[in-house]
Design a protein around this ligand. Structure first.
Ligand SMILES: *[C@@H]1O[C@H](CO)[C@@H](O)[C@H](O)[C@H]1NC(C)=O
Ligand SMILES: *[C@@H]1O[C@H](CO)[C@@H](O)[C@H](O)[C@H]1NC(C)=O
Ligand SMILES: *[C@@H]1O[C@H](CO)[C@@H](O)[C@H](O)[C@H]1NC(C)=O
Ligand SMILES: *[C@@H]1O[C@H](CO)[C@@H](O)[C@H](O)[C@H]1NC(C)=O
Ligand SMILES: *[C@@H]1O[C@H](CO)[C@@H](O)[C@H](O)[C@H]1NC(C)=O
Ligand SMILES: *[C@@H]1O[C@H](CO)[C@@H](O)[C@H](O)[C@H]1NC(C)=O
Length: 426
């Protein structure tokens, strides 16, 4: 890989987004409002309102299909819309109780002030229970859950490993260099957890010019990524995500024919926006996943775009992320392009849900984390991490552990809990 010219795979992409970073002052006002809210919440102690999951008995949701379950709660509970409120309770794990925590996310070890862990996600109209590792492991007993995506998909897996390690220490049963493909096993629960490096979800090959790999890919929109396809006979639950790698010069094929390209200069090739390519990929990948005979997939979860928060520059031009508090909804540090990606991902997941009503056996759910993470520019490693290759840069893309990325898995548990009954039956 050409180190000098190419952005590193873990921090790439953002600099190619044609959207200058914007600066907005003032998360302070929000903090004041939030502290007022805290009083109310602290005095009401432990989630007295509607709790989305966590009872020992199956909730009424678990008897219903995904779609019906949602409609039921839509008016009073919106898991993906809400606010961050102060919560001084400790996170459920630390860098000591989670031995698998990688140095690249171990922000405490590298001197980041830990204020950012003292916030809890408060969805509109209901409360989240604390993550219950036993409940999670009971639901996934005997199953395989895979995260297919880029390094941020792996970041979510690392968070889940830490959360679940509090109950049982997992064993790493497979990994390649750089943990691009990694498999962990929880023996007591016979639960297998995987990360699959599938940066486009569909098949791709990197282009070469004069024998040197360049940051440009040929993508086959109608073919599933080969490593993902090869594991489908084992995977029961799949969390898909992908977005950043689209923002480079990529050539798109369907049925073996070139149909267009992103950011290319050839004027005899149809030009595609990265957004429309992402939309097309999610549409074809989901339908592909659903139609494969060997597949054991019961549930596919579409995790929406995750915002990066470089300010005062991009990753390679001195951009930083040194905020110390969440920001309010209107305080959009998140670029509009990330909202556009999120919108097409939600659109495609909704489309697939509707189609599922007519045919198909695989369930589709959405983990719509874009909004809640857009408010957390304070929770990236920044300069507080260790990685030989990237020394000297700020990481404003990935998320510290523990931290708000843990909420993705709390939300995933809420989603899985709806399917608890179905899962046990199979
Ligand atoms: C989220 O809540 C805000 C404030 O109540 C509201 O304006 C907005 O429309 C909601 N968004 C979604 C996606 O529900
Ligand atoms: C854990 O974080 C603390 C700071 O809170 C740091 O001093 C310590 O070295 C870290 N330990 C490990 C094992 O990462
Ligand atoms: C563990 O789960 C796998 C399916 O993922 C199953 O094939 C195997 O029989 C299970 N092993 C035990 C000991 O239950
Ligand atoms: C590839 O190598 C040839 C011969 O050395 C050279 O003429 C050409 O400019 C190179 N192409 C690129 C894109 O670097
Ligand atoms: C576009 O034009 C170039 C020459 O300028 C040619 O090599 C290439 O094959 C053309 N591509 C298509 C898809 O027509
Ligand atoms: C954040 O970093 C920028 C650039 O290094 C600096 O100008 C600014 O003062 C810092 N802000 C805080 C709150 O530390």
């Amino acid at each position: 890989m050409a180190k000098e010219s190419a952005p590193p795979p873990d921090l790439h992409g953002i600099n190619l987004i044609r959207n200058p970073s914007r600066r907005f002052p003032g998360g302070r006002k929000l903090a004041l409002i939030l502290s007022a809210v805290v009083f109310v919440l602290v005095s009401s102690a432990y989630y007295p309102g509607q709790v989305f999951y966590g009872s020992t008995e199956p909730t009424h949701n678990s008897h219903q299909t995904a779609n019906a379950g949602h409609e039921d709660n839509e008016l009073d509970c919106n898991l993906f819309n809400g606010t961050w409120v102060r919560d001084l309770e400790r996170p459920t794990y630390t860098n000591v109780t989670c031995p698998s925590m990688p140095d690249s996310k171990n922000c405490a070890k590298y001197g980041k002030q830990m204020d950012y862990v003292n916030w809890r996600w408060k969805p509109q109209g209901c409360d989240m229970a604390r993550f219950q590792p036993q409940l999670f492991l009971n639901i996934v007993r005997g199953k395989t859950l895979a995260f297919a995506g880029d390094s941020i998909g792996r970041n979510q897996m690392e968070s889940l490993l830490c959360l679940l390690s509090q109950v049982e220490a997992p064993t790493k049963v497979h990994s390649d260099t750089k943990d691009k493909f990694v498999t962990w096993h929880f023996r007591y629960y016979n639960f297998t957890l995987m990360a699959l490096w599938t940066k486009f979800l569909v098949e791709d090959s990197q282009r070469e010019i004069n024998g040197t790999l360049v940051e440009s890919h040929d993508m086959h929109l109608d073919k599933l990524d080969a490593r993902l396809a090869a594991n489908l006979h084992e995977i029961n639950i799949l969390v898909v995500s992908s977005s950043r790698w689209f923002f480079r010069i990529n050539y798109l094929y369907e049925d073996g024919k070139l149909i267009g390209c992103i950011y290319c200069s050839e004027d005899n090739i149809t030009s595609f926006s990265a957004i429309s390519a992402i939309q097309r990929v999610f549409r074809t990948a989901i339908s592909n996943l659903n139609s494969r005979r060997e597949s054991r997939l019961q549930l596919t979860v579409v995790r929406t775009a995750t915002p990066a928060h470089f300010e005062n520059g991009q990753w390679n031009t001195g951009g930083t992320c040194n905020r110390t508090e969440p920001v309010g909804e209107g305080t959009a540090i998140t670029s509009t392009i990330e909202w556009e990606i999120r919108n097409v991902q939600v659109e495609e997941a909704n489309r697939a849900q509707k189609e599922k009503k007519q045919k198909g056996r695989m369930n589709i759910e959405i983990l719509d984390i874009t909004k809640l993470m857009s408010m957390r520019p304070d929770a990236h490693p920044g300069i507080h991490w260790n990685n030989e290759w990237m020394r000297g840069y700020s990481d404003c893309s990935h998320w510290c552990l523990p931290g708000p990325i843990d909420i993705w898995n709390e939300l995933l548990l809420a989603v899985l809990n709806k399917y608890r009954k179905n899962m046990e039956d199979q």
